[in-house]
Design a protein around this ligand. Structure first.
Ligand SMILES: NC(=O)c1ccc[n+]([C@@H]2O[C@H](COP(=O)([O-])OP(=O)(O)OC[C@H]3O[C@@H](n4cnc5c(N)ncnc54)[C@H](OP(=O)(O)O)[C@@H]3O)[C@@H](O)[C@H]2O)c1
Length: 324
């Protein structure tokens, strides 16, 4: 099969289209014939090493796929060849065939294309579990969703709205803030030209925000903590702007505030019945949520697609599709 792999030479990273063997499913996996892959920030690294422990085999990147089940492992009963699915995977997505755990494979919402479906698993599940399981966001609370234009942020704005929260968003440009308002945020802050803490306090009548979804980190995190309401909950998920300075634990405790990191894979595995994915699918089917696609490109343009993401020149998701 064809696959895009990451070749590392002298710390130079190059994506290359290679011929590699078609994977066989483990007992708990399905093999998906991939139609579309959406990019995530995690794809920009070196990737998981392809051949297992001790191997230097170039890795195939990618966490998000949509396509058709080709074959299933012997323990799998939930899926059969021919099913239209999307899946959260741990690498191996930029390929014609990709293994996926059956329990992290989901039905595609009614009427949705493969390109649209490929944008759902990683960022919508991340935002959903962060705002529900981890932050326990309640109707009527104020949710701050950082980085409106990120995959996670563009999903988080919509989910927080669907959960009945008042949403404030942030971004590094006025254009991205405006797009965030179009997705359902009531207010937005441009953190590259406005004082985030002061603006957040102004927008909440000095009370602060109840819940924060923070995939950015860096300086933004400190400003956020300064505008957190009593009892406020911050969920951190990665950090595109760099590490977070340690929070003042005593101050957090005194105000009943919490900061918790989360991993989408753990959260999705804990939800073994896929309740989160089922609720999201219902919201996609009734129009409450919509995929946010910046552009769709052929798989051969994977390197250019990754550059767009790295340079922050996209709003929402970039999708790669196989063209025969
Ligand atoms: N732990 C998990 O389970 C999990 C799951 C999904 C994602 N993540 C993590 O969440 C983060 C976001 O992922 P994503 O795929 O949504 O990212 P993305 O689509 O590439 O968006 C990243 C955003 O970060 C903002 N940003 C601010 N400062 C930045 C800087 N110095 N460099 C680059 N971007 C900067 C950019 O917004 P502006 O241009 O508006 O500033 C951009 O929209 C990543 O760290 C990712 O690894 C974690």
């Amino acid at each position: 099969m064809r696959a895009i792999r990451i070749h590392m030479t002298d710390d130079q990273r190059r994506l290359q289209l290679d011929e590699v063997p078609v994977p066989a499913p483990r007992p708990d996996q399905v093999i998906v014939r991939v139609a579309a892959v959406s990019l995530n920030r995690a794809d920009l690294g070196r990737g998981r090493v392809g051949g297992g422990a001790g191997s230097n085999e170039p890795a195939i990147p990618g966490l998000d796929i949509a396509g058709v089940v080709e074959s299933v492992g012997e323990e799998v009963t939930a899926w059969k060849p021919g099913d239209r699915v999307m899946a959260l995977v741990t690498g191996g997505a930029y390929a014609e065939y990709c293994p996926a755990r059956a329990t992290l494979t989901y039905a595609i919402p009614e009427g949705m294309s493969f390109a649209e479906a490929s944008t759902i698993p990683c960022v919508f599940l991340t935002a959903y579990y962060a705002l529900t399981t981890v932050a326990n966001l309640q109707r009527g609370e104020t949710a701050l969703i950082h980085a409106a234009g990120s995959g996670v942020g563009s999903a988080g704005i919509q989910i927080a709205r669907a959960l009945g929260a008042r949403v404030i968003t942030s971004a590094g440009s006025d254009a991205k803030v405006t797009r965030g308002l179009e997705l359902g945020a009531e207010a937005g802050v441009n953190y590259s030209r406005q004082d985030l803490r002061i603006e957040l306090l102004r927008l909440t009548d000095e009370r602060g925000v109840d819940v924060v979804l923070d995939p950015v980190g860096g300086d933004i995190y400190g400003a956020t903590l300064g505008a957190l309401a009593p009892g406020g909950r911050v969920v951190t998920i990665g950090g595109t702007a760099g590490p977070r300075a340690p929070a003042d634990e005593a101050s957090l405790q005194a105000k009943g505030q919490t900061v918790r990191p989360m991993m989408v894979f753990n959260a999705a595995l804990e939800d073994s019945e896929g309740r989160g994915a089922a609720r999201l699918n219902a919201w996609f089917e009734d129009g409450t949520l919509r995929p946010v696609i910046d552009r769709v490109l052929p798989m051969g343009e994977a390197a250019a697609a990754q550059r767009l993401l790295a340079d922050r020149r996209v709003f929402g998701k970039v999708v790669l599709v196989w063209e025969d």
